[in-house]
Design a protein around this ligand. Structure first.
Ligand SMILES: Nc1ncnc2c1ncn2[C@@H]1O[C@H](COP(=O)(O)OP(=O)(O)OP(=O)(O)O)[C@@H](O)[C@H]1O
Ligand SMILES: [Mg+2]
Length: 721
């Protein structure tokens, strides 16, 4: 059999890694050196040459998107359909699959549901109320952090030592215990719990473990540097004493330390897996020489490194462009202007990635993209399934699947408004707590016993029978009709349609989109209950489905979600001290190094062109700040960077509502580049640029008769034309 096509497009070191027959194989290499490619080709090799069945392979990727891509690439390579039972997915996705197959062994009800981070926070707030904790002193978010942090390390509340007189720990422990109890009672599990349960399932059920140990013949793990303690333990327990395992990773790209990821797992690997062969890849195939030199220069400032070389035989390419905006709007306009130019040069929108440090930065960029008529998609962040109206609709669907889902009850018991006030809900909560019941069962009991005032009782009865009715009427419908029916008969559609203006409109469109999503939904396992599978998918998916995936669109995402991806063009925006590195990480050397690795990840996403930009003044989370250029940019040698001058960006007049220019510019300097203005003495002209801020802000205007002049904005008294 001619299998040369599996090795043809690989260099020697990559071939070595693909064909290695060592029990443990660790590929340790920098960004863009072909680690993911090696994994894909290694799987093809295992199947085609070594004759492993796809059924006996497990591959772990970092995102659901990466899992889908991996599957497609293997299929392309093997020229066939390898659906045949191969397990490819994220740790969370695989753990979920495992728990569904063995719910009872894992101590879960068959229809357990996933609690996403928003739901988790909601539940935490309820627990705080129940325990009489004041949210100001005990932020519920902090409790989530506490619980998740311990779970990531594999610690349940029972494993935490008696905190003695430490009030903080005592309180957190009480919260953790109560949280565990309630989750168990309701049959819901959060993300960290998925992993921990999956680990405990194997640890405590030798029969289940041995089944999988016999089934799998090879485990492969991408982005190994970001595994946490529980994930690593899960791999180890499965691999047992002899299952071959291949891990690929890059210590310089470890960026999830804040979520419990442990770089040490890399060193641990060769100790734990006998006869590990370590293979290094040194040639980068992704980026231009300039981009690669910049990345290398930045990461060299870190002290904790295993140390790797990375070179490219490619061209140097363009210098890295650096743009200083007056504020975030100016920066966003620079981005959209450049994108428009690039699109004229034969690039497609999907070739362009815009990367930022914090989710909140996306809003201004989104607005600029919308204004410029440029379709875009966001990975992560405000995902389709995170949107309010979608969560409302899904809460009804979840209740149809499982009445005891308290989070869903809380969400829609009075949405749309049906006269169930806070007092009634509070009574319900008390009753549920006192009788150890779910909210739903408590509601049924209260309605039956007549324990409520007539009005409240009727309203509550209305809600209960609505849900029962929805369940009954839609039981036999195909999924999309079911969703459609629930949207109109629950009142959710009307409720959101009544919201004013664009927002209501957008919500209705999103709800309609949910029907389409249901129509095109196909469960991985056709035997499975489709509603259940759909709800699980909604909770798990990393937000890939918000826009039409086939439309050519600009890609927006945080630096964290960009890991493993590549784009011909990359804009890294907001490269400012306090934003990136993040101000929370500035004082801690270890966290600062993690921020630098994030910069390394960002830079190395770019194939051909890299644009960096920052804003001299920025309003974020409602606060104005003035930050200097990020140290990470200053760590790039000057000769690799070319500064973009502001005038270059004045390509078209910006339109915005009439008003007093000084006031607007004072609020947001530089909004009006290209704007035509009138001065009482110099006459009409066009705004060329701005300088400074506050009272010293100056504006440069090119007057038709008088030529270019600098004026102090505050006194210039310009009128918009
Ligand atoms: N031998 C090769 N010949 C040509 N192109 C290659 C070769 N190896 C890898 N590539 C290409 O280089 C790019 C980077 O490869 P890949 O994504 O596998 O790198 P990686 O090491 O996984 O990067 P990251 O660390 O960012 O995850 C991809 O476009 C890939 O197709
Ligand atoms: Mg990769």
């Amino acid at each position: 059999m001619d299998v040369s096509y599996i090795l043809d497009q690989l260099n020697d070191a990559q071939r070595d890694a693909v064909t290695a027959d060592s029990p443990g194989t660790l590929v340790l290499a920098g960004a863009g050196s072909g680690k993911t490619r090696v994994l894909v080709h290694r799987i093809a090799w295992k199947i085609q040459v070594e004759g492993l069945s796809p059924y006996s392979i497990m591959a772990v990727t970092f995102t659901n998107k990466a899992a889908r891509e991996m599957r497609t690439r293997i299929e392309e390579l093997l020229n066939n359909n390898v659906q045949g039972g191969m397990w490819v997915g994220t740790f969370h996705g695989l753990a979920h699959r495992l728990l569904k197959a063995h719910a009872s062994e894992a101590g879960l009800p068959d229809n357990f549901q996933i609690l996403d981070s928003d739901d988790q926070l909601r539940m935490m707030k309820r627990i705080h109320r129940e325990l009489g904790l004041d949210d100001a002193r005990w932020p519920p978010r902090q409790s989530c952090y506490f619980v998740n942090g311990h779970k990531d390390e594999g610690r349940r509340s029972a494993h935490i030592d008696d905190p003695g007189g430490d009030l903080y720990l005592q309180t957190m422990l009480r919260v953790y215990r109560r949280y565990e109890e309630i989750c168990q009672q309701q049959g819901v599990i959060d993300f960290a719990e998925l992993l921990l349960r999956a680990l405990e399932l194997w640890r405590d059920n030798p029969a289940v473990l041995s089944h999988y140990q016999q089934r799998f013949k090879h485990i492969l793990v991408d982005e190994f540097q970001d595994t946490n303690a529980v994930q690593y333990a899960w791999l180890r327990i499965l691999a047992g004493r002899g299952m071959p395992i291949t891990a690929v990773g890059d210590d310089d790209q470890s960026i999830y330390g804040w979520r419990g990821a442990r770089i040490e797992n890399i060193q641990q690997f060769s100790k734990d897996f006998a006869d590990t062969r370590i293979i290094r890849l040194e040639q980068n195939y992704r980026s231009t020489g300039t981009i690669l030199s910049a990345a290398n220069a930045v990461i060299q400032h870190n002290s904790q490194r295993l140390g790797k070389e990375l070179w490219t035989s490619g061209e140097d390419g363009d210098p890295i462009a650096l743009f200083a905006g007056f504020n975030e709007h100016d920066e966003a306009r620079f981005v959209t202007d450049r994108i428009e130019e690039l699109l004229k040069e034969d690039y497609r929108r999907a070739d362009i990635g815009i990367l930022y440090r914090s989710n909140a930065q996306s809003r201004v960029l989104e607005e600029a993209l919308i204004r410029a008529g440029l379709p875009y998609r966001i990975y992560g962040g405000q995902r389709f399934y995170d949107r309010l109206e979608i969560k409302n609709a899904l809460a009804y669907m979840r209740l149809i699947a499982l009445r005891d889902d308290d989070t869903a009850v809380e969400r829609v018991i009075n949405t749309p408004t049906r006269g169930i006030g806070n007092a009634t809900v509070e009574t319900l909560r008390h009753y549920a707590r006192d009788h150890q019941l779910s909210l739903w069962k408590a509601a049924v009991a209260l309605v039956q016993s007549g324990g409520l005032a007539a009005r409240a009782g009727n309203a509550l009865r209305g809600f209960l029978s609505l849900v029962e009715d929805l369940a009954e009427k839609t039981a036999e419908m195909p999924l999309d009709e079911q969703v459609d029916y629930v949207l109109s008969h629950s009142g959710i559609l009307d409720f959101h349609a009544r919201e004013k203006g664009e927002k209501g409109q957008a919500r209705v469109e999103n709800l309609q989109e949910l029907v389409s999503a249901a129509r095109s939904f196909q469960p991985e396992d056709p035997e499975e209950d489709i509603l259940r599978a759909f709800l699980d998918q909604a909770a798990l998916d990393a937000g890939d489905q918000q826009a039409d995936p086939h439309e050519d669109s600009v890609q927006l995402m945080t630096l964290h979600s960009a890991k493993g991806l590549e784009f011909p063009i990359v804009f890294m925006v907001g490269v400012e001290e306090n934003l990136f590195p993040h101000k929370m990480s500035m004082d801690d050397p270890a966290r600062l190094e993690e921020e630098r690795r994030l910069a390394y990840v960002g830079i190395t996403r770019a194939e051909q062109k890299l644009f960096l930009s920052y804003a001299e003044s920025r309003r974020l989370h409602g606060q104005e700040s003035f930050n200097s250029l990020s140290r990470f940019v200053r760590e790039i040698p000057n000769e690799l960077i070319s500064e973009v001058r502001i005038n270059n960006t004045v390509s078209r007049p910006t339109s915005f509502a009439n008003g007093n220019l000084a006031a607007q510019a004072a609020a947001a300097n530089g909004m009006a580049l290209g704007q035509r203005v009138l001065h009482s003495i110099f006459g009409a002209g066009v705004v060329l640029s701005f300088e400074g801020q506050g009272p010293s802000a100056r504006v440069q205007v090119n007057f038709e008769d008088e030529g270019s002049k600098w004026l102090v904005l505050q006194y210039a008294n310009l009128q918009l034309l």
